[in-house]
Write a protein that binds this ligand. Sequence first.
Ligand code: ATP
Length: 427
Amino acid sequence: APPGSSETVRQVKLDKECELRVEVGPNFPLRLRMLSGTAEIFGTEIPPEIWLNFPPGLKFAVFTWHGATIEMDGTTETDYTADETPMISYVNVHAVLDARRNRAKASPSDSDASQGPRVIVVGPTDSGKSTLSRMLLSWAAKQGWKPTFVDLDIGQGTITIPGCIAATPIELPIDPVEGIPLDMPLVYFHGHVTPSANVELYKVLVKELAQVLERQFAGNVESRAAGMVVNTMGWIEGVGYELLLHAIDTFNATVVLVLGQEKLWSMLRDVLKSKANVDVVKLQKSGGVVSRNAKVRQKARGSRIREYFYGPANDLSPHSNVASFSDLSIYRIGGGPQAPRSALPVGAEPASDRLRVTPVSVNQDLHHLVLAVSFAKEPEEILSSNVAGFIWVTDINFESKKITYLAPSAGSLPGKYLIVGNLTWCE
Ligand code: ATP
């Protein structure tokens, strides 16, 4: 039943250190408000009395430290109360990070000591990495810090659309419904939803992003002391593991939080043993984390892209633009025909091909692809440049040589060069 019908309203009393785990039903949103006590959703406090609207399909938990009574209106796929959560261990991590931030703040002129914690969250898929990252950021923001959130998970995309790695300062606890505000994140476009499509490119982008943040930290004692929280992807075997090590190294992580896997924790502890300033901490996965199969993930990716153009509450109006083929300069990174290994001189690596930037002429394959608008001024800069935003190709007319695309707004694009990968979307 839709919200508002009297039979759908009910109250839930939560004891201290318990959480209400909710999966909103597939067809209608759910309304929820707090009647008494205090509670939070993934680290962000719920305001008293005000009805909050949760979109269909959203999965979340209302956790209380001291007890609370909640009122819900609408139908859920599931909702149940859990009294066993790893929240105490998570907030203990927060307390340690907080102490380190205070220590960093106390010595602003010492380049080493002024660096706050650089946390990286790792673990298999569906271990709650994004959720833990979010809690740590919201708890820090609540105390007035402005930590930097880095999202390296190109499969899902918490900061922006999938296919990208991104970073943004978190200045306020993250809104449980709206997520992270999208004002000017630093975004690099990989163009695929798994790094395996181009591992070299993924590494280059991670490095670029890290270098920019390093420069920003050098000039900003406040964000330097607040440090960063880096969310990673659930691919932890083989090349995925190598990429985790690459990220830990590239961001100079000082705290590695390993969620839900003993083996990964012990492997990382062993390889990082020699680094005295790196703590590798094992944390329990929450029983509330909902596993998502390939289909659900695919759907989630689609809704992230939809959100980019239409807003989280369908409150934006993207603009359909028409351009001549000749007006667009589209480039692909590493997509050129791969030279077979046998054609290469002995010992040569084909890796350079994977980073080659080549122009793409308009063709049928661009239909329904999401393209990134690069900040590059020259094609040579495309590989190392971040992106301003995205467009989505809705129609290609080969007779009139016109291409129709959806963009967040009307008017000219914020950059001349477009990057294409294989990120598709169907409305
Ligand atoms: P991935 O490997 O895909 O990045 P992840 O490890 O980051 O996954 P999350 O995205 O944090 O996992 O969690 C998966 C889902 O479970 C999310 O929809 C999240 O909102 C939900 N979830 C996490 N913790 C809880 C909880 N305690 N109660 C209810 N739902 C939860």
